[in-house]
Design a protein. Structure first.
Length: 151
């Protein structure tokens, strides 16, 4: 009886925490990962993948819980730890940046760990000349920071 009550309480706490953090944030991060010309297709695939995995987890959870009981929670805990490492090492800080700047950061292989300090105004001019700093069909030279400088 007590274990069931604890499980319900922790499930509710998880739902509250997820719905205010990772839940909505994932959609923004996924939308920023892809270049403009691929964004719609990739977002469609990401959404389909999300729904498929949600369905599969719902379908198999009861069977798995019957076999390994509360250890099933450790599977999700391990996934959370793995995702935290992926975010830390591979996802670029996108706060106050345009989509074009984020594209450029990925193309120029900016270190995600130090990406919050990246200054787009210091991108070498030869990157623009060679087309390396252009993603989709949107030239990075027209990012918000550069447009502000022109005004």
């Amino acid at each position: 009886q007590a274990a069931g009550s604890v499980l319900i309480v922790f499930t509710c706490l998880f739902i509250v925490a997820f719905a205010t953090t990772w839940g909505p944030l994932v959609w923004a991060v996924v939308a920023e990962l892809y270049p403009a010309r691929y964004r719609a297709t990739c977002m469609g695939l990401a959404t389909a993948s999300n729904w498929i995995w949600n369905f599969l987890i719902s379908l198999f959870s009861t069977v798995i819980v019957d076999d390994i009981h509360w250890f099933f929670g450790l599977v999700f805990g391990g996934c959370c730890l793995g995702l935290a490492a992926i975010v830390y090492f591979f996802v670029i800080e996108s706060k106050d940046r345009s989509l074009e700047e984020i594209d450029t950061m990925y193309v120029l292989h900016v270190n995600p760990i130090t990406s919050s300090k990246w200054d787009g105004s210091k991108v070498p001019e030869d990157a623009y000349a060679s087309g390396v700093a252009e993603q989709g069909n949107i030239p990075v030279s027209r990012t918000a920071s550069k447009v502000d400088e022109e005004k």
